[in-house]
Design a protein around this ligand. Structure first.
Ligand code: IPD
Length: 289
């Protein structure tokens, strides 16, 4: 994945994807209204890959709305989206302009009326991420990042943490959908390793995209997860990079959007320390399902 160019260079060159970015912002806000209203209403809940991997009619409604609007405006574009993938659509990132969508991130929170839910819309061209839009529906916070143009929350510039010392770090993670004993043992042992390394704390908030936004905002120093998907990661990756942070593979190598694993941090040093502490939990790849 290409590093984002410096702000001034991109700004001077103009942004060919501005219309797409504006469309993403408008749709995220519209989707947020629907999700906010549905949060306190009765829901029809189904499971997907595990008893903890939930989906509701609102996930489908919002995904259909976003894709149908975007398809009308940008008929040649391609889509990767959570509920379409769950119904068997392939997750293949080609060189075509591609929207990568999570209609409700934090569906389990949504089901329980725990008010930490987001809409996430990422956009890639030539397999490179161009922008990300994440809307925290209940707090009405709009996080955006455009390659070379910075990252913002409700218009305020985001800056990731400069912390390099793991013993001074607040670390975020998410559990992921698998709950078999071997996976849980590895998950807990990874958390234990970071606590043994004297991290100040490890938090699980139930939405990987919003946890990644907290990282971009400098409210946490690192994030790691096994079992998240490209739709959890695409938009947030641009936002973190534009806030000066690092997003990489858990091996310490470059990020692979389809690999279902990630380490992100405010600094390269912190990302490497986290990556070195982790044992791998295998979730396969999004593009091989
Ligand atoms: C999930 C949430 C959860 C994380 C999972 C994600 P969803 O997304 O972000 O916190 O543990 O890995 O897939 O299913 O709520 O869109």
């Amino acid at each position: 994945m290409k590093p984002c160019p410096e702000d001034e260079t991109a700004a001077a060159a103009g942004n060919p994807w501005e219309e797409c970015f504006e469309a993403a912002v408008q749709l995220a806000l519209r989707a947020g209204q629907i999700i906010r209203k549905a949060l306190t209403e009765e829901k029809r809940v189904s499971t997907k890959t595990s008893a903890a991997d939930l989906v509701t009619e609102t996930d489908h409604l919002v995904e259909d709305l976003i894709i149908s609007e975007l398809r009308t405006r940008f008929p040649s574009h391609r889509f990767i989206a959570e509920e379409s993938a769950a119904s068997g659509a392939k997750c293949v990132l080609t060189t075509s302009p591609t929207w990568i969508i999570d209609p409700i991130d934090g569906t389990c929170n949504f089901v329980h009326r725990f008010p930490t839910v987001a809409v996430s819309i990422g956009f890639a061209v030539n397999r490179e991420l161009e922008f990300g839009v994440i809307y925290h529906c209940t707090e009405e916070r709009l996080y955006t990042g455009q390659c070379g143009r910075g990252a913002f929350c409700n218009g305020q510039r985001l800056r990731a943490s400069k912390e390099t010392d793991l013993s001074k770090a607040l670390v975020l993670t998410e559990i992921g959908p698998k709950r078999d004993p071997a996976t849980l043992k590895l998950f807990l042992s990874n958390m234990e390793r970071l606590l043994h390394a004297k991290a100040h704390g490890v938090r699980v908030i139930g939405s990987s995209t919003l946890a990644l936004c907290h990282l971009a905002a400098g409210a946490a120093d690192a994030y790691y997860q096994f079992g998240l998907h490209c739709w959890d990661l695409a938009a947030a990756t641009v936002i973190i990079r534009e806030a000066g942070g690092i997003v990489m593979d858990t091996s310490g190598g470059p990020l692979d959007l389809m690999s279902c694993r990630v380490v992100a941090a405010g600094t390269q040093e912190m990302a490497v320390l986290i990556a070195q502490a982790l044992q791998t939990i295998n979730y396969g790849r999004d593009d091989e399902k």
